[in-house]
Design a protein around this ligand. Structure first.
Ligand code: CO8
Length: 257
């Protein structure tokens, strides 16, 4: 399948989605969200794919929502068309997905990165929620997710001033899991994704679901949820395989079941 604004490749059991609007710093327009959603649907529907990577270019992961497309929207346009709700497709991705960010991840770009399960940053990465400088506020989860990643004080400062943070600050405050040299970013993301894709797919998906629960519920409820999923994993052939392989001192061969 071909898309206008993203490129999709598969590397073994890993699906790689690249934003591809170089003329606009990968600014996110309606077509890009359509393409991203279709690519996610295709990769999620493929049992042979165990993990996804979302990336941009060396210059920009994505420099935010497309300001040229948005500038003349009216309130009825945004309300009646439920503008932005379709962006949430990314946050409903059930397979593990890694954001590999080089260059600018601003506004909606930072919000899309935060919808992924974790962010690997190139040393060139710059994150920010500059919407306030355009007379609006973050609209795709930025105020909520950034506060959960980095805490109230820094999230407030970022959203109220619109300043950018570099990769070192982003790692220090927990927005990104790791920094890698820009030249190695995609290769490293594919390597990490490949390792995840070699795990049991249902177990990886349940693990993701369970970690995400931590942000939506109380500790007691979350622990109960985790226990139910954990117990259910003893119904999987992958549990028998993983433990038998450990005892036999051989690598496991998980088969998504
Ligand atoms: N929208 C449209 N075009 C853009 C965007 C954007 N967000 N960002 C960059 N471009 C375009 C520029 O207009 C320019 O085009 P042209 O060559 O035709 O003039 C081209 O990309 C290159 O950009 P610059 O010349 O500005 O490159 P610089 O290296 O000088 O600067 C920056 C790079 C710092 C990234 C700068 O372009 C910039 O500040 N961009 C805007 C960043 C921003 O404000 N992002 C937030 C947008 S609002 C938002 O995301 C709200 C999300 C809410 C939820 C979702 C709603 C849909």
């Amino acid at each position: 399948m071909t898309y206008e604004t993203v490129k999709v490749e598969t590397h073994g059991r890993v699906g790689l989605i690249r934003f591809d609007r170089p003329q606009a710093m990968n600014a996110i327009n309606i077509q890009l969200i359509r393409d991203l959603s279709a690519a996610l649907d295709a990769l999620e529907g493929d049992r042979g794919i165990g993990c996804l990577v979302l990336t941009g270019s060396e210059r920009a992961f994505a420099a935010g929502a497309d300001i040229k497309e948005m500038q003349n929207f009216t309130y009825p346009d945004t309300y009646l068309d439920d503008f932005i709700t379709s962006w949430e497709r990314l946050s409903r991705t059930r397979k593990p997905i890694i954001a590999a960010v080089a260059g600018f991840a601003l506004g909606g770009g930072c919000e899309l990165a935060m919808m992924c399960d974790f962010i690997l940053a190139a040393d060139t990465a710059k994150f920010g929620q500059p919407e306030i400088r355009l007379g609006v506020m973050p609209g795709s989860g930025g105020t909520q997710r950034l506060a959960r990643f980095v805490g109230k004080s820094k999230a407030m400062e970022m959203c109220l001033t619109g300043r950018m943070m570099d990769a070192v600050e982003a790692e220090r405050c927990g927005l990104v899991s790791r920094i890698v040299p820009a030249a190695d970013l995609v290769a490293e993301a594919l390597k990490v994704a490949g390792a995840i894709a070699d795990m049991s797919l249902p177990v990886a998906m349940m693990t993701k679901e369970s970690v995400n629960r931590a942000f939506e519920t109380s500790l007691a409820e979350g622990v109960r949820f985790e226990r139910r999923l954990f117990q259910s994993q003893f119904a999987l052939a992958d549990q028998k395989e993983g433990m038998a392989a450990f005892i036999a001192k051989r690598p496991p061969n998980f088969n998504a079941g």
